[in-house]
Design a protein around this ligand. Structure first.
Ligand SMILES: [Zn+2]
Length: 372
């Protein structure tokens, strides 16, 4: 990123934070949390930072204008200590991250590629560089389809957390991450002290891991009813769903082995919630700060009310910047949608874009600021 682009970004980030600073409220008590920041592009994270008050935190943000802001899921006695074991963990929120794999572009103009070897690039779908024959890297912008898929997984996760694990809807906080997925934070007293072991159990339950399929298949085919077996956790979850689909224990018993096996496979696929287990297991994890800007896209990690979840439109509702025109020198960008409008495709051209779209392209590393 050129210096002029970085200055443009910092100017616009400052405007956003100046106008929205009251939306940035870390969980209480603020003095027990560790904070982390990316202050400059390409430099490491500045972490182990702590604040005594909300006012100090806000002052820091308005004076430093960080590119990214993080807060610990954990409460510590001494959050500013650089030695993790000396921080003295008190407890930690449960934190889930759902990202889905990028989907393939449907049309040629929605794709672009770059060759990392010889530097060529163009609009379109090409797996190999036409100049040097090396494998190309596809330019991935956010797609509505991909984000809808992630939203579907998030709804699935919330359903399980509330219905199966007994988490109160009021303690379930959902956010669009500002880039490729969704975050769910659980701030409920009886879940704050869950250890590594308990967290692993929750992860297994969500990912349907550690299921002895042979054993379960035997139980299902023998037609054992739930009262006569002591199934729990993930096994019970799968058993109950299969029973529901089959209609009754008798019907299961009468089914062919292949039929039951197929059912088992389908149900595992249906129930699995694609969380990132690494994030949930780590109690020392730093979470992106709600309502802060994600510098991988220039969009906001936006809080979503549970009742608005199914109709949430990330590419419209998580925009941080205005629509005044900015001039941008775009290297390469496939056609993309943002803020209810469609842009591009662009190649080696200077274009006028609304500030929010210009910042998106800069954050994705595909263009540089060329004046306002
Ligand atoms: Zn090449």
């Amino acid at each position: 990123m050129l210096q002029t682009s970085l200055e443009f970004l910092k100017r616009e980030f400052f405007k956003y934070y100046y106008e929205n600073i009251d939306r940035l409220v870390p969980p209480e008590p603020i003095r027990n949390r560790e904070f982390g920041f990316f202050l400059e592009k390409g430099k490491g994270m500045f972490r182990h930072k702590c604040f005594n008050s909300l006012r100090d935190f806000h002052e820091f943000i308005l004076s430093e204008i960080p590119l990214d802001i993080y807060v610990s899921a954990a409460n510590y006695e001494d959050p500013g200590n650089r030695d993790m074991s000396e921080k003295k963990l008190v407890n930690a929120e449960l934190f889930f991250d759902i990202d889905v794999e990028p989907v393939n572009a449907v049309s040629d103009e929605e794709a672009a590629w770059i060759c990392q070897k010889c530097g060529q690039y163009d609009i379109g779908l090409k797996e190999r560089c036409p100049s040097c024959g090396s494998p190309t890297e596809l330019v991935r912008l956010l797609s509505e389809k991909q984000l809808r898929e992630a939203l579907g997984e998030t709804e699935k996760l919330i359903h399980v957390l509330i219905e199966d694990l007994g988490i109160a809807p009021d303690n379930t906080h959902v956010f669009y991450s500002g880039n490729r997925g969704y975050h769910v934070h659980i701030n409920q007293e009886d879940f704050l002290n869950i250890t590594g072991e308990g967290r692993r159990e929750i992860i297994d339950y969500l990912l349907i891991q550690g299921l002895d399929e042979k054993e379960l298949l035997n139980i299902l085919r023998r037609g054992v009813s739930i009262e006569n077996i002591s199934l729990k956790g993930v096994k019970k979850r799968v058993y109950m769903r299969i029973l529901e689909k089959a209609g009754s224990v008798e019907k299961l018993k009468a089914s062919r082995r292949e039929t039951v096996l197929k059912m088992l496979e389908d149900v595992v696929e249906e129930l699995k919630v694609r969380i990132d287990p690494v994030v949930t297991i780590d109690v020392h994890r730093l979470m992106r700060m709600p309502e802060s800007i994600n510098s991988n896209s220039g969009m906001v990690k936006r809080r979503i009310r549970l009742e608005d979840l199914s109709s949430f439109k990330p590419l419209e509702e998580a925009i941080a910047f205005g629509d005044e025109e900015a001039c941008l020198k775009v290297k390469i960008a496939p056609k993309f949608s943002l803020g209810g409008r469609t842009f591009g495709p662009f190649k080696d051209e200077e274009v006028e874009l609304p500030v929010y779209a210009a910042i998106y392209i800069i954050c994705k590393g595909l263009g540089e600021y060329a004046g306002g």
